[in-house]
Every structure is written in C-alpha cells, then in structure tokens.
Design a protein around this ligand. Sequence first.
Ligand SMILES: C[S@@+](CC[C@H](N)C(=O)[O-])C[C@H]1O[C@@H](n2cnc3c(N)ncnc32)[C@H](O)[C@@H]1O
Length: 310
Amino acid sequence: MKVVSLFSGAGGLDLGFVLAGHKIVWANDLYEDAVKTYRQNLGNHIICQDITKIQTNEIPDCDIVIGGFPCQGFSVANTTRHVSDERNVLYKQLIRVIKDKQPKYFLAENVKGILSIGKGEVFKKIITDFAELGYTVNYKLLNAADYGVPQTRLRVIIVGVRKDLGRSFIFPEPTHSKNETGQLPKWVSVSDALSGIPDPDKPNKLPNHTYSKYKLNFNGYIGHRPLDPNKPAPTVTARGDNKGGVVILPHPNGLRRMTCRELATIQSFPLNYVFFGPSSSVYRQIGNAVPPLLAKIIALQFYLLEDQSK
Ligand SMILES: C[S@@+](CC[C@H](N)C(=O)[O-])C[C@H]1O[C@@H](n2cnc3c(N)ncnc32)[C@H](O)[C@@H]1O
C-alpha cells in the first residue's frame, strides 16, 4: 500500500513498512542528520522541513498515514512534562493530514507515558480527535521484546480504520515471551543480539561502530545500571541534550558505552543501515526510532484489513 510518513526521523518505523512490502511515497522530518540517514537508506522521497510549514496539497494521496509524533512532552521520563507542553500539539499535524487526505488507515506511535499524562485526559482527547475524523480507533501498549526485539521497549500503537470501510484492525500476536509461555521462544537477550558484533577497538568494517567516551558510573539511576546480558536491554532512549544526553546503555562488559552500531542492533536495525552525523546525533536518531522489526510485524497486519474486503 502507499504510505505517507510524518515525523519520520532516521526511518525505523518506515523501514518496517518497507520490509513488510509497502511503499513510502512521501516522508518528512526537520532534523537534518536524520533526514540524511533516511535518504541514504530508504530513498529520496523525504522532505526536510517543518511539517507546520507544509500544505497538505503538497503531500501525495496514500492508503496509510503513519507517524510517531514527537514524544518529549509526553514521556514519563521527562519530569517537566505538562499537559500544556507545546510539543504535545504536534499530533495535530497528523490530524490535519489525515483529515485532508482521508487515507484508508493510519498508525500513530508514542511512549507509554502518553496514557497517563493529565490523568489520562490528554490521551482521551487525542483518541477522540482521531475518531472525529471518521475513523474507528484502537490502541494497544506493545512490548517490543514480545516481537523478537532484544529490548523491553513499551510503546503505544494507535491504529485508525476509516469507518466507511467497515473493517477492523487486529493487533499482532506476540512471537516471543518472557518465560517461553505458550511454546513461544524466549525474549531475545542482549548477548544473543550482540553475539556477531566485533570488538569496536579492533579493526572492523561495521558502519557506526564507535562509542562516545562516556565515563560509566553505576549508581542505580536510569542509564547508570549494569546491563544483564541474559535479558533484553531496557528501553533505548534519545532523552537528554543534543550531546547524547545522560541516558546511555552500557555494554554488558561494563567497561564502556554501547557503540552506535550495538545500540542500533538493540533497536533491530540491520547491520548495513548507515547513520549520518556526529555520534551524539546518531545515538539520538537510534533512540528516537521505532524498532524496525516491531514496525514490520505491525505493518503486515494492514494486509489483513485489505483481505476483509474480499
Ligand atoms: C520520535 S521521532 C520519530 C522517529 C521515527 N518514527 C523512527 O522510527 O525513526 C520524532 C521526530 O519528529 C521530528 N519533528 C519534531 N518536530 C517536527 C516538526 N515540526 N516538523 C517535522 N518533524 C518534526 C523530530 O525531528 C523527530 O525526528
């Protein structure tokens, strides 16, 4: 199906849709390094501009609109989050494009914190706004680890189906489980995920396989905890300042920060996905992304919607 992507970043969500066989016809972000990454890996269809400055008639028609709208204002990790945080309003850009383009379906992605902000009032408003466009809206909190990503990343996925189609979206069943329940394989661990990755301090040809010289200090705070190699990693975040921030993931050897490549692997990006910009920017692009593997599994479910018309 033809897909229009907003807030596309380095392309994690979009890569998942491409891997599922969809075609991204137009994408947008204002973050230059991320757009360069996107272009090199996914194609020239991305526009580097503030979405608020783009008219909908500049955007092509499509079957699906997707977008992980900016989440800093919503994140539970952000202690200054507030209902009136102006970044929260960017979801209205998604609303505008869906309203004007009337795609068959849309998908919006966000952090778990969006559910509880303003005692749940903000999320209720968002869902109502989407529904008022004429869509049946469903949402689910998914754990990326349940879908084979080596990371316990919780994200809210909101899916809308245009009401006149009379179809219903089915969220994907987990492919993995914490304790091998229901005969599902166990969550993928950090050591499994990183097993084929060479030592970054020895000669190697992997792109982005460098790490910032961040001094590890295991004091129990987020980003300052040793990592259990036998479990999936905690959430990779992009939080912090533009120098890479203070929320880091240490390598399981406890001696250094993970390289950008290792972090990208924890986010399920393929090894040949090359990121552009200084490492602080690359860490941020990776932390911002939807894991492509999770995105692909969700994107496949849209074919089931099409089947319902037969
Ligand atoms: C959570 S990230 C999306 C990541 C992406 N979905 C992925 O999987 O890689 C949100 C993105 O919104 C972009 N953004 C924020 N404000 C924007 C605006 N006004 N116009 C366009 N993009 C914007 C940011 O640069 C950031 O890349």
